[in-house]
Design a protein around this ligand. Sequence first.
Ligand SMILES: [Ca+2]
Length: 236
Amino acid sequence: MDSPYYNVNSIREENLKGFRGITAEQINQYESLKREKDNNIETYDDLQLKKDNLHVKELKSNKKYWLCCVLGLFVGCCVASSVFLAVILTRNNSECMALSERCPVSNGYIYYADLCFCFKYINTASQYDNATTQCLLDGAELARIDTEVLQKRMETYLDTVDNGEVWIQGILDNASGAAVWRYNDDTEMTYFNWNTAGGQPQLTPGEIYVLIRKSQGYRWHDGHAFAQLRSLCQIV
Ligand SMILES: [Ca+2]
């Protein structure tokens, strides 16, 4: 037989047959003596012990299997994330390199390598639509302030050039009945720096564009379509 456990019960039965009429305690004593004498593992208790050990071994094996699966999944995720990050960084670096080359510094634009951002302050007051057109003539668009880092950089820059208010991208879309703000390409905005302490955005009729107000700590306000302000253009 392949397995030493095939006859666990039969050995027990044979023991009982051979010692019919004696107590279980005496059988145990016999088995104990047999174990000492023959180093025989085929006593009932020893076989049961081996069977239990095999079961424990199987459980440990299963644990190892699942541990390997979890570990493999973790390593796989790490590798995939690294590849994804490398692709993004490579692409961003590539895009930034291209942006640095086409940022028209000779036309008053400034390039921030760390932010991959190229922009220009337009020191001429105009309505939002005209400011947008002015930027387009430069091959640019109104500044798209979509992160706090960028907002802070704009504040630092505007400290040096502006005394009031400038247009940045942001158009109110209340077609659905809710106030949704979008960039000029219709993408929904997710970063804001509203002057909430000043009740902004007011959402009063006609106030459908976004401006930065220096006197309010560069917080954002919704501004009227006919307001004439300076602006920021951005090369993208
Ligand atoms: Ca307002």
